[in-house]
Design a protein around this ligand. Structure first.
Ligand SMILES: *[C@@H]1O[C@H](CO)[C@@H](O)[C@H](O)[C@H]1NC(C)=O
Ligand SMILES: *[C@@H]1O[C@H](CO)[C@@H](O)[C@H](O)[C@H]1NC(C)=O
Ligand SMILES: *[C@@H]1O[C@H](CO)[C@@H](O)[C@H](O)[C@H]1NC(C)=O
Ligand SMILES: *[C@@H]1O[C@H](CO)[C@@H](O)[C@H](O)[C@H]1NC(C)=O
Ligand SMILES: *[C@@H]1O[C@H](CO)[C@@H](O)[C@H](O)[C@H]1NC(C)=O
Ligand SMILES: *[C@@H]1O[C@H](CO)[C@@H](O)[C@H](O)[C@H]1NC(C)=O
Ligand SMILES: *[C@@H]1O[C@H](CO)[C@@H](O)[C@H](O)[C@H]1NC(C)=O
Ligand SMILES: *[C@@H]1O[C@H](CO)[C@@H](O)[C@H](O)[C@H]1NC(C)=O
Ligand SMILES: *[C@@H]1O[C@H](CO)[C@@H](O)[C@H](O)[C@H]1NC(C)=O
Ligand SMILES: *[C@@H]1O[C@H](CO)[C@@H](O)[C@H](O)[C@H]1NC(C)=O
Length: 503
């Protein structure tokens, strides 16, 4: 009931539409079965739905449309299996039981900083490597951290500037890897942390998000940590259960399981009094470019809430159910979100409004991959995927929607394309919930090919024959002239000799 009322509140936001159409229909000459017209729809953003109407001499459906999509492809040569003996076996071809038998140890945390990937194995082994602009890792080394392995929980590694950190509930270790050598420093005054916690480090400040114990901030000074009391959060923390966080720009978003999302200015640790997302029971938050995803996990399924943060408010765009999936991590791309939920992950398109979208594209696509811990973007086209037993580089590309038109029959066909999309040339860009209804008209003037294949063959033979005749004639003329010249020379010669004879 609570959720339902929230849901209605969200849809009280008005969706506005901009109309866009070609000033004139575009005239496209084509040759039947030979030439193809194709175009992409980058400038229309995400296409929500499309209809194509034909009005021609023939009712031929000459156009084929593909929605925007995301390519996600592992680079085979970049796969490194780090943990198990089953080196270099493509884990996707193994059965779950085989994986469980063969891979009893696993990677549990990762950090990525300045072109290095650093991975933590359960038993305290650190794997370190660099990635190239290409698709390979280089300078792989592995190290052993001197840690107390004794019922430690919440093991994590973190990176800040040129330091790495290992943390669990009873120890904090700062370490560096230089020229393949690991140096480690134990932080002596680390207090035991109770319960489940998440930690991040920013500019030598340690932030510990610790469930019912709230948030705690330390400053790291020469291997000693000092508690920071600048917080106005003592009051804020009452009856809270902080279980996840997200950082974007200057904002630290804290997810409280009991009530919803709060945010703090990370420089001043001032609570933004105007901002609050009233959603109980969520376990996970992800924010990228002000696009927010919240996940609420139930026994049999997860609820996914997708919204946009605008100034100090937010708008929910969609709510959907991911059946029987225990979502472990979220990776947002520009127009897509990957919900990591091993072993079946799901790629969703963002920004689709259910009421206006083709149901097929709203469903998302399942795909099976190795058991991901998470991933990290390298650049526009590559990401590093970290899974429980190794790492790999993936090629990724968001592809715009596109259309191909080709006719079998000769005809004139006026094709009207109507689309609902997230963008268009005359859209009001300052209004996030402004979508576009566009109408694009094409007139395809399709001519048959000039000749059938048989005719074409015949034409070629005729050409060859004609050419041969021309050559023949040319040769004949040449010989006639040559004969004439020879005769003339002979006569001249005779004349000359006769003349000289007469003298
Ligand atoms: C676009 O949305 C409108 C509702 O605003 C709907 O009437 C129309 O059919 C949709 N167009 C397409 C191509 O789905
Ligand atoms: C930890 O794992 C690594 C790699 O599998 C292995 O070489 C090492 O012996 C393990 N160490 C312990 C203490 O189990
Ligand atoms: C990546 O490594 C593989 C195997 O080590 C090698 O065959 C390939 O050429 C390398 N590619 C690049 C771009 O370095
Ligand atoms: C990787 O190793 C090579 C050879 O030892 C060295 O020249 C290079 O500087 C190393 N790269 C990095 C990023 O450390
Ligand atoms: C990143 O790596 C480069 C070269 O390895 C180094 O010069 C630079 O200081 C590093 N930056 C940070 C923030 O660690
Ligand atoms: C956070 O506080 C600092 C210092 O008062 C201020 O400069 C900055 O603009 C604030 N950031 C946001 C996002 O409000
Ligand atoms: C979307 O559809 C639902 C039911 O199909 C309806 O209750 C709701 O008002 C619609 N929302 C908008 C914004 O049209
Ligand atoms: C999408 O377009 C198709 C074809 O025009 C139409 O049948 C369908 O109702 C539309 N769906 C939505 C959600 O607008
Ligand atoms: C949705 O997908 C199904 C199966 O792939 C297909 O048969 C159906 O035509 C699609 N619906 C739309 C509206 O594209
Ligand atoms: C564009 O959207 C903004 C925000 O909703 C609104 O204030 C403004 O009036 C709109 N402009 C036009 C030309 O519709």
């Amino acid at each position: 009931m609570f959720i339902l009322t929230q849901f209605l509140f969200v849809f009280s936001y008005e969706i506005t539409w901009t109309n866009y159409s070609f000033a004139f229909p575009q005239f496209i000459p084509l040759i039947a079965d030979k030439t193809v017209f194709s175009r992409t729809f980058e400038e229309f953003g995400q296409i929500l739905n499309i209809s194509i109407e034909y009005n021609g001499d023939n009712q031929e459906q000459i156009c084929k449309f593909d929605y925007q999509s995301m390519e996600f492809e592992r680079q085979p040569e970049s796969l490194i299996a780090l943990v198990s003996d089953m080196q270099q076996i493509d884990i996707d071809v193994l059965k779950t039981e085989e994986i469980q038998q063969g891979f009893s140890d696993e990677l549990i945390s990762y950090a990525i900083q300045n072109w290095s990937v650093i991975l933590l194995q359960k038993n305290g082994t650190i794997h370190h490597m660099y990635y190239n602009i290409g698709t390979n890792f280089t300078n792989y080394t592995s190290h052993k951290l001197q840690i107390i392995i004794d019922a430690n929980t919440n093991q994590q590694i973190l990176a800040d500037k040129d330091n790495y950190y290992y943390v669990d509930n009873q120890q904090l270790i700062r370490f560096k890897i230089k020229d393949g050598i690991l140096e480690q420093f134990k932080i002596p005054n680390w207090n035991k942390v109770n319960g489940h916690f998440k930690m991040f480090i920013k500019q030598s400040y340690l932030y510990i998000i610790n469930g019912i114990y709230g948030i705690c901030i330390y400053e790291l000074h020469n291997n000693v940590i000092i508690q920071v009391n600048k917080l106005n959060i003592e009051e804020f923390q009452k009856d809270k259960n902080l279980i996840d966080y997200a950082i974007e720009n200057d904002w630290l978003y804290l997810l409280d399981y009991q009530s919803g999302v709060y945010r703090f200015n990370i420089t001043t640790m001032q609570l933004d009094q105007k901002f609050f997302i009233d959603y109980k029971g969520c376990r996970m938050i992800s924010i990228k470019n002000n696009q927010l995803i919240l996940i609420q996990q139930n026994l049999m399924h997860s609820e996914v809430y997708e919204g946009i943060i605008i100034d100090n408010d937010w708008i929910m765009i969609r709510k959907y159910m991911a059946v029987k999936q225990n979502i472990k991590n979220i990776q947002q791309f520009n127009n897509f979100a990957l919900l990591i939920s091993n072993p079946i992950n799901n790629m969703y398109q963002k920004n689709l409004l259910d009421n206006f979208s083709d149901p097929n594209i709203s469903k998302g696509t399942n795909f099976y991959q190795m058991e991901f811990l998470g991933m990290n973007e390298l650049n526009e086209n590559y990401i590093v995927g970290i899974y429980k037993y190794g790492v790999a580089i993936y090629f990724t590309q968001e592809r715009p929607a596109k259309i191909f038109c080709q006719a079998k029959l000769s005809q004139q066909n006026r094709v009207t394309i109507r689309l609902n999309s997230t963008n268009c040339l005359n859209k009001n860009q300052s209004d996030v919930l402004n979508y576009c209804q566009s109408r694009l008209d094409y007139v395809f003037d399709i001519h048959g090919v000039l000749m059938s294949p048989y005719q074409e063959d015949l034409y070629i033979y005729l050409c060859i024959i004609a050419f041969s005749i021309v050559i023949g004639l040319f040769l004949a003329i040449f010989f006639v002239i040559r004969r004439y010249q020879l005769k003339k020379e002979k006569i001249d010669h005779l004349r000359k000799s006769r003349r000289s004879f007469s003298y």
